[in-house]
Design a protein around this ligand. Structure first.
Ligand code: AMP
Length: 215
């Protein structure tokens, strides 16, 4: 199954993608994760991407299309995948359209102000990947000013681009450049709308129902 997860930053795409990977035989492809890794490793791609990411702008299309094409060529993608954070522009969608036939586009919808609260309160564990929200799902412990991961006791960190001002910029970027994708995929009859304001499990179950209808 070839799935696209569409939705604003903070809609819970990463969380839902991990759930889908547990239940369906697909790999999780997150362009945000790939780019953050390139920044950490200090590669040429990472050096170029860093400034865009820190200010909440999109990395240029050709760079992202290049990394996703290379990744889709890997053998583990042959059984199916879930694209999280790609495409983010019509140009990226058209590039993807030329090389792949997508089965379904899941659109997770969440209102603007709720997104700001979610993202600006988001902390995660760099060791095990657990994600917390200080307002909705806080960790149990704070030691010497640091939030601690409930599962592995590591110190939690906040993504640089989850600071409130950058968050607002990321959402604006989404509204200007990525929202047109909703119409693009609706016209192609691929879009499945999911209400992203309920609990993680309810959203996951709504997504599963949509995926199961495909089989
Ligand atoms: P994410 O983790 O998906 O929120 O992505 C974090 C940041 O990486 C975004 O704010 C962009 O700067 C960059 N990024 C991720 N995916 C893309 C994409 N498909 N096109 C352009 N930039 C991207």
């Amino acid at each position: 199954m070839k799935i696209i997860l569409l939705g604003p930053p903070g809609a819970g795409k990463g969380t839902q993608a991990r759930k889908i990977v547990e239940n369906y035989n697909v790999v999780h492809l997150s362009t945000g994760d790939m780019l953050r890794q390139a920044v950490r490793e200090g590669t040429e791609l990472g050096k170029t991407a860093k400034g865009y990411m820190e200010s909440g702008q999109l990395v240029p299309d050709e760079l992202v299309i290049g990394i996703i094409k290379e990744r889709l060529d890997q053998p583990d993608c042959k059984n199916g995948y879930i694209l999280d954070g790609f495409p983010r522009t019509i140009h990226q969608a058209e590039a993807l359209n030329k090389i792949e036939k997508i089965d379904i586009v899941i659109f997770i919808d969440v209102p603007f102000e709720e997104l700001v609260h979610r993202l600006a309160g988001r902390w995660s564990c760099p060791k095990c990947g657990a994600v917390y929200n200080l307002k909705y799902t806080p960790p149990n412990k704070k030691v010497q000013g640091n939030w601690i991961c409930d599962s592995c006791m590591n110190i939690l960190v906040q993504r640089d681009d989850d600071q409130e001002l950058v968050v607002r910029n990321r959402i604006k970027t989404y509204q200007n450049q990525s929202e047109p994708l909703i119409k693009y995929y609706r016209t192609k009859n691929l879009l499945q709308d999911i209400n992203g304001t309920g609990s993680i499990d309810i959203i996951a179950s709504d997504i599963s129902k949509a995926l199961d209808r495909l089989n």
